[in-house]
Write a protein that binds this ligand. Structure first.
Ligand code: FPP
Length: 239
């Protein structure tokens, strides 16, 4: 493809973002880690707006993993407080007709948080400008394990035959049943791992890594990641 045509190449439909580096951002400034998360949450809001502006249709943020409970209690509490605050702010996105979805195991979250999640999903279910997905208490293995249990139960109850089980059926029992596979995964802060994020959905994803810490991640960085994506030749296992 000629260089001048790159900007005309298709944008990634679904972008996944691992918001990493908040702790280091705070440490560099001699601040407690929770200040990094607070700054990271501001970056989250800015990047959602920009994703919508540049035409991304689905964007998923890894906000809290099934492993993050191992962090010190005060840090976990600070992150939960941020979720609570930002879930209220999601109303601004609702006004812009952004559909909101949450993926992960909600049963361990506070009732107040679960109620807010349910409310924003219900109010926005028919919006289609962009889908904003928040992965909270999410783990890819947990998601697949859960799908296996659901399918096993359906087979046991005679609702499904083993021969009915294929890729599409498994996909339809994941938390992301109504969300397409992820095309591009962005991980800032110099780490180059998937860390249990969208492991089923990333089978053909492209990756974009940068040393920038998440709180410093800018609109330009998002655009750059999309441009790099467009430049890559994606073959889906073909030629
Ligand atoms: C990873 O950085 C970040 C997290 C585990 C929390 C992400 C949470 C937010 C950005 C705040 C709220 C988000 C929303 C959606 C309102 P890290 O702490 O592992 O950073 P480090 O690797 O530098 O220690």
């Amino acid at each position: 493809m000629a260089k001048e045509n790159i900007s005309d190449a298709p944008m990634p439909v679904h972008v996944g973002v691992i918001m990493d580096g908040n702790g280091r951002w705070a440490k560099k400034r001699g601040l407690p880690r929770k200040f990094g998360h607070r700054e990271g949450a501001k970056t989250f809001r800015k990047i959602v707006r920009h994703a919508k502006a540049i035409g991304i249709k689905y964007i998923t943020f890894y906000a809290f993993s099934t492993e993050n409970w191992k962090r010190p209690d005060d840090e976990v509490q600070a992150i939960m407080k941020l979720f609570d605050k930002y879930l209220d702010e999601l109303d601004d996105f609702l006004k812009e007709h952004v559909r909101i979805r949450f993926i992960g195991d909600r049963s361990m979250l506070s009732e107040s948080l679960q109620a807010k999640m349910k409310r924003s999903e219900a109010l926005s279910k028919d919006y289609d400008i962009m889908t904003l997905v928040l992965a909270i208490n999410y783990g890819g293995r947990d998601e697949i394990t859960n799908a296996v249990k659901v399918i096993a139960q359906e087979v046991k109850e005679g609702k499904l035959e083993i021969s009915d089980i294929d890729d599409r059926l498994v996909q339809s029992r994941l938390y992301t049943e109504d969300i397409p596979d992820v095309d591009l995964i962005i991980r800032p802060s110099g780490e180059q791992r998937l860390s249990n994020f969208l492991i089923w959905q990333s089978a053909y994803a492209e990756y974009y890594f940068t040393d920038i810490l998440w709180p410093d991640f800018s609109k330009k960085d998002l655009e750059k990641a999309c441009e790099v994506y467009k430049e890559r030749h994606r073959r889906f296992g073909g030629v």
